[in-house]
Design a protein around this ligand. Structure first.
Ligand code: ADP
Ligand code: MG
Length: 344
């Protein structure tokens, strides 16, 4: 087992050899560390919202209050789902997609700010992160295993460009510069929801919490004297953990090619789309980003998946207090400079 220290975290990164009995023993040991403490005021709630698994664990001196706060977190996820789901006709996102090519659409401040943030990640990544990917992305149906003809992809490819989104800060509106543009916030909305939930808990005086929405988590404080262990799973084996990150006061997001995908003609079509090609990048299997807030780690994990190993690590290297663990198409692990062997 390799143990790697992390310069900004309290924790270490444990790399587990991915096969053999030895590994399973280590995993079992680590699971023991995961068992919740039996303090009466630790509460845990889970739900299925935003098409994914939501969980919250928090500590509060008053158990009734703890339960209420955990419920608040789930409610907040529902609120954001109603606002940002592409599957709800009445969501603000769907309204934008219906109307913004005709005229500027007045939007909530929350939506405006998130669109602005998404635009920032597009600029930072020179278009690798681009919520207008949906102009082509909407043609894929991962559940039905259907994909567009190459000629439809090529016809719609020019509609993918974050510069087509016209944001007016004074009027608080968004407009699409051309017809056929569609947006989707799947690469950033869960991180945003997790951040909102954590802000709420913080404001309520909570000092120890973990909030997770699918692959995006944020940790408030520590677990009363010890870190929270966040696992990175083996992208090709649901049950196997390849890395454990003991963390406190951090956000962590994983993007993988195994969540929503289908295979056809030997190609894996998954839910991350390269804005350049309109197709799924195949260079990596998973990207995990560790940072201060979940909106950033969520957007960056998707971004790095599109950028690939070399450009991805270069981008991470240019940012402060952000790290990444990348599993390539051969199953090999790579990590950023902030994750290094500790001094013994
Ligand atoms: P998950 O949704 O499993 O947490 P990610 O955070 O990696 O995974 O986000 C994947 C989602 O991001 C996709 O389902 C899609 O909604 C969106 N997406 C796909 N490609 C891009 C892209 N190039 N830029 C921005 N968002 C994208
Ligand atoms: Mg993401």
């Amino acid at each position: 087992m390799t143990i790697l220290g992390h310069y900004r975290q309290i924790g270490y990164l444990f790399q587990l050899v991915s096969h053999g009995v030895f590994t399973r023993q280590i995993v079992a040991l680590m699971l023991l560390v995961w068992l919740p403490q039996t303090h009466a005021a630790w509460v845990e709630k889970t739900a299925a919202v935003m098409g994914t698994h939501i969980s919250v664990e928090l500590w509060h001196p008053n158990e009734a209050r703890a339960n209420q706060l955990a419920q608040d977190v789930i409610d907040e996820m529902w609120r954001i789902d109603l606002l940002m789901s592409p599957f709800r006709e009445e969501s603000e996102l769907s309204r934008i997609n219906r109307q913004a090519s005709h005229a500027p659409v007045h939007i909530t401040q929350e939506m405006y700010q998130l669109l602005k943030k998404a635009d920032g990640f597009s600029r930072l990544s020179q278009g690798a992160f681009d919520i207008t990917f949906a102009s082509v992305g909407q043609l894929y149906d991962y559940r039905e295993a259907t994909r567009p003809e190459p000629k439809s992809v090529n016809a719609l490819l020019p509609m993918i460009n974050f510069r087509h989104l016209l944001l007016d800060p004074t009027a608080q509106t968004v407009a699409f510069a051309i017809d056929g543009v569609q947006i989707d916030l799947g690469g950033i909305a869960k991180g945003h929801a997790v951040d909102r939930a954590i802000e709420h808990l913080k404001a309520a005086g909570v000092k120890h919490a973990l909030v997770t929405a699918g692959g995006d988590s944020r940790i408030l404080g520590d677990r009363k004297g010890r870190p929270w262990n966040v696992a990175i799973r083996n992208p090709r084996d649901k049950k196997a953990t390849i890395v454990l990150l003991p963390l406190a006061n951090s956000a962590i997001s994983t993007s993988g090619d195994y969540e929503r995908y289908f295979e056809a003609d030997g190609v894996r079509y998954h839910h991350i789309i390269s804005p350049k090609t309109g197709q799924s990048p195949s260079q990596l299997r998973s990207v995990t980003v560790i940072g201060g807030d979940a909106t950033t780690t969520d957007a960056l994990s998707t971004t790095l998946f599109v950028l690939g190993l070399k450009k991805g690590l270069k981008l991470i290297g240019s940012l402060t207090d952000i790290d990444a663990v990348i599993i390539d198409s051969q199953g090999k692990m790579h990590y950023s400079k902030g994750l290094a062997e500790p001094e013994r």
